[in-house]
Design a protein around this ligand. Structure first.
Ligand SMILES: [Zn+2]
Length: 363
C-alpha cells in the first residue's frame, strides 16, 4: 500500500491515517470485504499533478473481480476501489498547463509512464511500464479527492457533465479503440455486438450506429431487447430463446457479419467464429464467462478471419468519445446511480447482470 501510494504520488493510506482532515473512501479490505472509511486527504498536488474532486465513478466487471479477489493479482490490501471516473479539478501543480480549477476531467485508468516510445506516440495502453490499473493494483478513484498526473486527466469538452465524462475511459474509450483503431469498422458494415445491455454493449451499439454501421445485438431478456432497439440496434436476438449464430446467418443472407464485438468469452466464442463473413474481424476486450475457449482453426484460416485482442484505450479515444457525447451522437446509458454508501449493492447488481447500461457511484 505504501509503495503503491508513493508510486502514485498520492497519500491516503488507511493504515497511516493521521489526525486532521479526512475524506471518505471505499476500501477493499479482503475477499468480498468492502468498507467505507475515512482516509487522509491528499497533500497539495506535485508540480506535474492535478487534484481532482471525484464526482462520479462507473462500475465495471474489473471492480467485481477486485472486490471478489483474484488469486493472481499482485497487490496489497487494503486498496481504494474504483477504476473509471471523472471529477472536477480543484488545484493544479506548478508545471501543469492546459488545465485549471473548475475543469471537468475524465481520468485515464492506468498508471502509464508518459516517457516510453508507446506513451510518446500516444499509444498509452501499450506503455512499457504500465504496471498498475487504478482500483485493482493501486488505489483507485472511489474517494472524494485524489492527486493524479495531469497527463491522466483528460479535459471534457463543453456540454459533457461529470456523469458522462466518467464513462469515457472504459465504457466508451475501450469501444472506440476496439472498433476504430483495431477492427477498422466502417460505414455500411455489419457488426454483431454481444450483450447489448452491458455497459460496453450499450456504448458499442451507439458508436457503431453513429458512423453508419448496421448493428445486430444479443440480449438476455425481452425487456432488454426493447431497450437495445431504442438505442438504435437494427436486429436484436434474445440469446436465451434462440441460437444467435443461426439468426445472424439468416439476417445477413448466410454471409455473416464484418465485425464481431466480443467480451463474453467461452459462452459465445464458437458462435462468434461462425457469425463472421469471409475476412471478418473479431475484436475482444474481455471474457466474462471464463478464459479458455476452443477455436476452429479450419474456420480461422479458410475463412481468413482475424482475431484481435484489445485492452483499454488511448487518451485520444477518450477525447473522441467525449466529443461524440458533446455532439449528441452518443449518450451514456445509466442503469442505476448509487451513493458511496450503497457501493456494495451496486456491485451485487452488476454481478447479477440484471442491468441495462451502467451503474454509477456518485460522491
Ligand atoms: Zn509508457
Amino acid at each position: 500500500m505504501q509503495h503503491d501510494n508513493e508510486r502514485q504520488g498520492s497519500s491516503p493510506a488507511a493504515s497511516d491515517m493521521k489526525s486532521g482532515a479526512t475524506m471518505r473512501a471505499a476500501l477493499v479490505v479482503s475477499e468480498r470485504g468492502l468498507i467505507i472509511d475515512d482516509i487522509a486527504l491528499p497533500p497539495p498536488p506535485a508540480a506535474d499533478e492535478v487534484q481532482v474532486r471525484i464526482g462520479a465513478v462507473a462500475l465495471n466487471h474489473i471492480d467485481v473481480w477486485s472486490w471478489r479477489g483474484m488469486a493472481f493479482a499482485k497487490r496489497t490490501l487494503p486498496i481504494v476501489a474504483g477504476a473509471e471516473a471523472a471529477g472536477e479539478v480543484v488545484a493544479i501543480g506548478a508545471a501543469v498547463e492546459g488545465l485549471a480549477p473548475g475543469d471537468i476531467v475524465s481520468l485515464y485508468g492506468a498508471n502509464t509512464c508518459g516517457t516510453c516510445p508507446a506513451c510518446q506516440e500516444g499509444r498509452d495502453n501499450f506503455c512499457e511500464r504500465m504496471d498498475a490499473i487504478y482500483g485493482f493494483h493501486v488505489d483507485g478513484f472511489l474517494r472524494e479527492r485524489m492527486n493524479i498526473s495531469a497527463r491522466h486527466a483528460v479535459k471534457a469538452p463543453a456540454g459533457v457533465d461529470v456523469m458522462s465524462a466518467a464513462l469515457a475511459p472504459i465504457t466508451f474509450g475501450t469501444v472506440e479503440h476496439m472498433f476504430f483503431d483495431n477492427a477498422k469498422l466502417k460505414a455500411g458494415e455489419t457488426v454483431l455486438v454481444h450483450a447489448g445491455g452491458s455497459g460496453i454493449g450499450s456504448a458499442a451499439i451507439q458508436l457503431a450506429k453513429a458512423i453508419g454501421a448496421s448493428v445486430i445485438t444479443t440480449v438476455g431478456s425481452d425487456d432488454k431487447a426493447e431497450k437495445a432497439r431504442a438505442l438504435g440496434a437494427d436486429h436484436v436476438i434474445n440469446y436465451t430463446t434462440e441460437r444467435f449464430e443461426g439468426r445472424v446467418r439468416k439476417i445477413t443472407g448466410r454471409k455473416g457479419v464484418d465485425v464481431v464485438f466480443e467480451h463474453v468469452g467461452p459462452a459465445t466464442w464458437s458462435g462468434s467464429m461462425l457469425s463472421m463473413k469471409r475476412g471478418g474481424r473479431l475484436v475482444t476486450c474481455g471474457s466474462t464467462t471464463g478464459i479458455l475457449a476452443q477455436t476452429n482453426l479450419n474456420l480461422l484460416f479458410q475463412q481468413q478471419l482475424r482475431l484481435i485482442g484489445s485492452f483499454g484505450c488511448t487518451r485520444a479515444n477518450m477525447r473522441a468519445a467525449m466529443e461524440k457525447m458533446a455532439a449528441g451522437e452518443v449518450k451514456p446509458v445509466i442503469d442505476t446511480v448509487v451513493p458511496l454508501d450503497d457501493l456494495e449493492t451496486g456491485l451485487k447488481r452488476l454481478e447479477s447482470r440484471q442491468v441495462f447500461g451502467k451503474i454509477v457511484v456518485t460522491l
